[in-house]
Write a protein that binds this ligand. Structure first.
Ligand code: C5P
Length: 278
């Protein structure tokens, strides 16, 4: 089976192509040049019910396991992120309906990335399904297409830079910019195009709070509640309190709850930490 590593032709081609993209590079250099260092910020003042600030990333292989885990979590979790693993397992929208019937909220983390017309159409299809959030990648025109098609209830969140990437990984992708600068540039575009928020690590949240309109939602994955758990593939991690104090409106937590001896106790402990911050 062919494996795409750094030697494969597609990767070499992609990195050469990115290196020869001056407008793109230049755009981010210009965006990044004028950014002063951040001041410390306090917890967000968005009007969000406290128990909805924890979004549990339901990363399990099938819908039966998802329902079982949701039953175990009970009132400890109100907001669920249903991502690509469940989408590929079948029954995604039945699970979404099952969640809504139980007064849960759903974040459809499907990370749309395609030409603007296709992303806009996908967002339009999702809009009537009852999800609260959806994620998109992409440039200004893709963000614009998503914002133009989201309707009144679905909020569009723009992925800034995945929390599993650091500055050296960005170099591999052809971005000659540090992570914080790129996150800020993308967040500004998200706001200007009418998207509702961004996905950002807690490390970059202070910069967003200082330089982007406070109406932009900041949703932060890469949370390690005790600060000393295994980070796995995450590289830019913070604790629950750090994320909120840095300006996150919502935190996304997956494995620290899913893999805990008692997922319910882990979720309740996080809810208690959130409550103590407000
Ligand atoms: O807490 P844990 O590391 O398990 O969380 C991982 C979840 O957060 C995954 O569902 C992943 O898709 C999501 N996520 C992320 N970084 C982003 C966006 C989403 O880790 N930038």
């Amino acid at each position: 089976m062919a494996v795409c590593n750094s030697d494969c032709i597609a990767t070499q081609y992609a990195s050469r192509w990115f290196k020869h993209l001056p407008p793109h590079d230049e755009y981010f250099r210009l965006q990044c040049a004028a950014i002063p260092p951040p001041d410390p910020v306090t917890v967000t003042d968005q009007q969000i019910p406290e128990n909805e600030r924890l979004i549990f990333a339901m990363d399990v292989p099938d819908c039966d396991q998802a329902q079982h885990l949701a039953g175990e979590l009970g009132d400890a979790v109100v907001f669920y992120k249903l991502g690509l693993e469940l989408m590929m397992s079948g029954g995604y929208f039945e699970l979404l309906d099952w969640m809504l019937e139980r007064d849960k909220k759903v974040f459809a983390d499907l990370k749309f990335y395609d030409i603007p017309a296709t992303v806009g159409a996908a967002v339009r299809q999702l809009e009537h399904r009852g999800a609260s959030f959806v994620t998109v990648h992409g440039d200004q025109s893709i963000m614009q297409a998503a914002a133009d098609n989201k309707g009144d209830t679905l909020k569009v969140l723009v992925v800034t830079v995945l929390t599993s990437l650091d500055t050296s990984d960005l170099g591999d992708l052809g971005y000659a910019c540090d992570v914080g600068e790129l996150v800020l540039a993308r967040a500004k575009l998200a706001y200007e195009t009418g998207c509702d928020g961004v996905i950002s690590s807690g490390l970059e949240a202070p910069k967003l709070r200082q330089h982007v309109d406070p109406g932009l939602l900041v949703v932060t994955p890469g949370i390690r509640p005790a600060g000393n758990e295994p980070t796995a593939d995450q590289k830019r991690v913070v604790t629950v309190s750090q994320a909120l104090q840095n300006g996150a409106d919502y935190i996304v937590v997956g494995r620290p709850i899913r893999d805990a001896d008692s997922p319910r106790a882990a979720a309740e402990a996080i809810q208690a930490t959130i409550a103590a911050e407000f």
